[in-house]
Design a protein around this ligand. Structure first.
Ligand SMILES: [Zn+2]
Length: 604
């Protein structure tokens, strides 16, 4: 049984002004007495204290504090009860078992990865191990670790055109109860395949990805050094010895919104030096963009809630409606309650912005590291039912977008009348299949599908409840010569440059850009551009002698790849908030002018 010790500090019983967090490594889990716990929680969260994912109790606020933070709270006169002091996980489990012997129970990082490898070896047709950091990210974490995930599906070695589903956990490494959910889910899916009809249907019909530990550097640190550690382990480099970024405050979408993470590198909710600055978040962004998950669940602990939504940004009402309805189903399956997301900069918000609206953050259990027996009971009673509900839910509207003549898939934009995204979120069909997914409530929706070079197509689609409506779109050519610039924005700085409807007889060509423009689009005097140093330099650069199109950019002078050309993530980071105008120019033999596209603008 957990030995609790209580220390009463100070004697104030009123809510006092809360000074900013001085930061420092987490040392104690505490309860701070307050007659107005909601108000105190809000103040502490705004001042960088580690309270974000912890429940507010009757007459108190739970927090994890450093030695320095405890001293500040004491000096301010708060009554603080110590619940737990930080210690390595092994010692904690040993003390809980009565001393000395490490009990059978929670798996450390090496054991989790070994168990996943064993599952893949036991079920080779259904389960594959993938290193997400190598496959989708910068290669490894700061300390050089892989991020191990498993893919579970029939024909697992083939990328089938099936809905992709992601279950991830342990962004916050002290939440040791959460990786057990993913490993248990993998075991349940693989052992139940072929005998349990619901499991068999889920595995046959979807590509299921499970990532038990997204913060492996922190997870290792929790087991060896400090079991209350939350962040990753990359030094901040600020000279104060502060270490770590709260990975679930580091995602680009909403990173610098008012409800984003702390700007104090010492805080356990530190958002990082830049949006998407961490290897783990970069890996997840790459993962989201490569797989285009239709459903995504990010497990945390603790609160026994299903969290959802944007806390300080506008979400389209129909999307909010279906998100609430789906959250209620998950809450019913798990006996949890639906609650609003606490902060932006998390992976579920990034997923909402990039892929679909089916994205939830269950705060599981009532503690970071409850007894292992209790963890297993909650997985069986509450969390596997939640996971099976996720897998059983049908995507309301899906289909393929293709070229009406060639049948080739098109990465088209999808707009639904009455669904107004306001924060730069993208809704697209994705290559390689031209597949799109929309989470919409039951009803008749006017859907417009468009892509540069094609004529837009608008159709009314009747979306049914609790079923998948399939609507394919085949687009015909617009005939126009068009330049397409697209980006994920939000400071990540990736840019795709593509041309459509290239005039017949074109043998040479280039794109021309002007940067940081403030004029009306197309109002300049050089192909509609406002000439600047880069556009003039681009005109002076002679086209290469071969190839259909040559790209003139200031990023890689003298480098002219064939279309389409994608600038890598991060290359335009310094241009955040500025606008870039571009035109495409087609030339015939002997550089005869054949035409220019209309100018288009993109804002980073
Ligand atoms: Zn968490």
């Amino acid at each position: 049984m957990l030995r609790r010790f209580f220390v009463v500090l100070g004697c104030a019983t009123v809510l006092l002004g809360q000074p900013p967090s001085p930061g420092g490594p987490p040392s104690y889990r505490v309860e701070i007495a307050s007659a107005s716990p909601d108000a105190l929680h809000a103040i502490m969260e705004s001042r960088g204290y580690d309270v974000s994912c912890l429940a507010i109790g009757p007459g108190f606020v739970r927090a994890v504090v450093s030695v320095a933070e405890l001293a500040v709270l004491e000096a301010a006169g708060h009554r603080v009860t110590l619940v737990e002091a930080a210690q390595p996980m092994w010692a904690k489990l040993a003390s809980r078992s009565g001393g000395g012997v490490v009990p059978t129970g929670y798996r450390d990082l090496a054991t989790i990865n070994a168990d996943l490898a064993t599952l893949a070896a036991t079920y080779p047709g259904l389960c594959q191990v993938v290193d997400a950091a190598a496959e989708y990210g910068p290669g490894a974490t700061f300390e050089g670790r892989s991020i191990t995930v498993v893919k579970i599906s029939d024909n697992v070695s083939i990328d089938e055109d099936e809905p992709e589903v992601l279950f991830v956990s342990a962004h916050h490494c002290r939440e040791v109860v959460t990786p057990e959910i993913g490993v248990s889910l993998a075991e349940a899916l693989l052992s139940g395949y072929g005998t349990d009809p619901a499991i068999t249907a889920a595995v046959d019909g979807q590509e299921i990805w499970i990532a038990p530990v997204w913060n492996p550097d922190g997870y290792e640190y929790v087991w060896t050094t400090n079991n209350l550690w939350r962040k990753n382990r990359k030094p901040s480099g600020n000279g104060n010895g502060d270490v770590g970024v709260d990975l679930n405050r580091n995602y680009p979408f909403g990173w610098d919104y008012t409800c984003g993470g702390s700007t104090n590198p010492g805080s356990q909710t530190y958002r990082g030096i830049a949006a998407g600055s961490e290897e783990e978040t970069q890996t997840m962004v790459g993962f989201l963009r490569a797989r285009h998950f239709t459903k995504m669940i990010d497990f945390h602990s603790f609160a026994e809630q299903v969290r959802r939504g944007y806390p300080c940004a506008a979400m389209p009402t129909p999307v909010d409606d279906i998100s609430l309805a789906e959250a209620a189903l998950l809450a019913a399956a798990s006996s949890y309650v639906v609650a609003p997301s606490c902060c932006l900069g998390g992976d579920i918000h990034q997923h909402m912005a990039e892929n679909t609206a089916y994205t939830f953050l269950p705060e599981t259990h009532t503690s970071f590291q409850p007894s292992y027996v209790s963890a297993l009971t909650e997985i069986q009673t509450n969390l596997l039912p939640l996971c099976m509900t996720v897998l059983a839910r049908p995507v309301p509207l899906t289909g393929l977008v293709t070229d009406a003549t060639s049948g080739a898939p098109i990465a088209a934009s999808i707009d639904v009348d009455g669904v107004v995204w306001q924060n730069g979120e993208r809704r697209r069909a994705h290559l390689p299949n031209g597949r799109y997914n929309q989470w919409l409530p039951e009803g008749a929706w006017s859907v417009t599908v468009d892509a540069p070079g094609y004529a837009p197509l608008t159709r009314t689609v009747n979306v049914a409840a609790n079923a998948t409506t399939v609507e394919h779109f085949a687009l015909g050519p617009s005939g126009a010569f068009e330049l397409e610039l697209s980006t994920y924005g939000w400071g990540v700085g990736d840019l795709l440059i593509d041309l459509h409807g290239i005039p017949p007889g074109t043998t040479e060509g280039f794109t021309l850009f002007s940067f940081a423009t403030t004029q009306t689009v197309g109002a300049g005097n050089l192909f509609g551009l406002q000439p600047d140093f880069y556009t003039l330099q681009g005109l002076l650069s002679p086209p290469a002698p071969t190839g259909l199109f040559h790209w003139v950019t200031p990023f890689l002078p003298g480098f002219f790849p064939a279309a389409p050309f994608s600038l890598p993530a991060g290359s335009l980071e310094t241009l955040s908030g500025t606008s870039v105008d571009g035109v495409g120019i087609a030339l015939g033999p002997a550089f005869g002018f054949l035409g220019a596209t209309a100018p288009v603008r993109i804002t980073f």
